[in-house]
Design a protein around this ligand. Structure first.
Ligand code: NAD
Ligand code: ZN
Length: 380
């Protein structure tokens, strides 16, 4: 990770807009790039898929978005007109990944393009920068009210809707108990969202005390998986039955040691790390009550080994997952922020300049210095 001076981005297509970035954040997904799990990173790629700012230039075919608009930029790119986008499934957009071949090799079909997320998702330059080129501007840029601060709305770009969609994927019914592996930004917003969606109790599982404390601040009960037997404790907390739904808000970090037989493209560029940490997806399947739902916002790449499919089938579980369809949640979540039902700002532990981004990546990756979420000011 390093900071370099590069040419300013330019309008390349008539539907583009240039955003002067006022705030941007480092995400758990960026760590997968940094750790080498995502193929097709090229030297000099600009990272960053959580960013917002002011529109400073628009292409000749941009109608709705205007110069001067203060916008957040959803991380998955929607063309606005394909079959998927029309269904609101914007992270599955058919037209926004300009080089789908690699993704098709790995996954059969190419999902949407993503800013700052390697060439497998389109090779778009990201927003951890002073300026960013955004595409399909009318379908993506979302204007935010002036009376909300950048810190209040920045996480609408990704981690807040991601926690929310993951909670929605838990198919919560009144009185449900939801367990969430991972108390990072996604897991924490999963906690807040599960309550908004009607959960009676939420149990957050991690190993970092400050993250568990934050989960308690959002109303969760907590389990430190380094101190307690998670399965026994979850059973104890649910009268022996297990949680009604379980979320894996961890993803690749814990799964890494299980990566096996991945497609050649991935094998060549993926570093397989050994880890003794529990495998969150396996744990989620094993811990969920019979007939329950496992929701997976955690990002995975290639093939995974030793998923307990027998438990999954015989317990009659439902699995729901996906990159977040950010656009469809924006109005709802903006309302929750405005009415004080969800306060996204409390997870911010570090505010750094862009110059200090490498340090930000370091402390966020290792969870040093109590880091839960790091935001960057490109103009500081
Ligand atoms: P993060 O790294 O801050 O949080 C991950 C947390 O999981 C850490 O606190 C870590 O201690 C904990 N953890 C690790 N192994 C664990 C285990 N076995 N059991 C319980 N906890 C464990 O990252 P984040 O920003 O919160 O992101 C979490 C995941 O969500 C990442 O995989 C990220 O790529 C993914 N994500 C997905 C989407 C989407 O659209 N689906 C969007 C954003 C992020
Ligand atoms: Zn993200």
């Amino acid at each position: 990770m390093r900071v370099e001076t590069v040419p300013d981005p330019e309008i390349l297509r008539p539907t583009d807009a240039i955003v002067r970035v006022s705030a941007t954040a480092i995400c758990g997904s960026d760590l997968h790039l940094m750790d080498g799990y995502v193929p097709s990173m090229v030297h000099g790629d600009i990272l960053g898929h959580e960013f917002m700012g002011e529109v400073v230039e628009v292409g000749p075919e941009v109608r709705r978005v205007k110069v001067g608009d203060r916008v957040i930029v959803p991380f998955p790119i929607s063309c606005g007109v394909c079959w998927y986008c029309k269904q609101g499934l914007t992270s599955l957009c058919d037209n926004s990944n300009p080089n789908p071949a690699l993704a098709e090799t790995m996954w059969g079909h190419a999902p949407a393009g993503i800013y700052g997320y390697s060439h497998i998702t389109g090779g778009y330059a990201g927003g951890q920068a002073q300026f960013a080129r955004t595409v399909f501007a009318d379908a993506n840029l979302y204007t935010v009210p002036d009376d909300l601060t950048d810190e209040q709305v920045l996480f609408l770009t990704d981690v807040l809707p991601t926690g929310y969609m993951a909670a929605e994927n838990c198919q919560i019914e009144g009185g449900d108990v939801v367990a969430i592996f991972g108390a990072g930004p996604v897991g924490l917003f999963g906690v807040a969202s599960a309550f908004v969606l009607g959960a009676e109790r939420v149990i957050s599982i991690d190993r970092f005390p400050e993250r568990l404390e934050m989960a308690r601040a959002y109303g969760a009960e907590t389990i430190n998986y380094e101190e307690e037997n998670v399965f026994e404790r979850l059973k104890e907390l649910t009268g022996g039955r297990g949680p009604d739904s379980v979320m894996d808000a961890v993803g690749l970090e814990a799964q890494a040691h299980g990566l096996l037989g991945v497609a050649d493209a991935v094998k060549q560029t993926t570093r397989v790390l050994e880890t003794e940490r529990p495998h969150a997806l396996r744990a989620a399947i094993m811990a969920c009550r019979k007939g329950g739902t496992v929701s997976v916002p955690g990002v995975y790449g290639g093939l995974a080994d030793k998923i307990p499919l027998g438990a999954f089938m015989n317990k009659g579980l439902t699995l729901k997952t996906g990159q977040t369809h950010v656009h469809r949640y924006l109005d709802t979540l903006l309302g929750h922020i405005q009415h004080g039902r969800i306060d996204p700002t409390r997870i911010i532990t570090h505010r750094l300049s862009l110059e200090d981004a490498p340090h930000g990546y370091h402390i966020f990756k290792h969870k040093h210095d109590g880091c839960i979420k790091c935001i960057l000011d490109p103009w500081a």
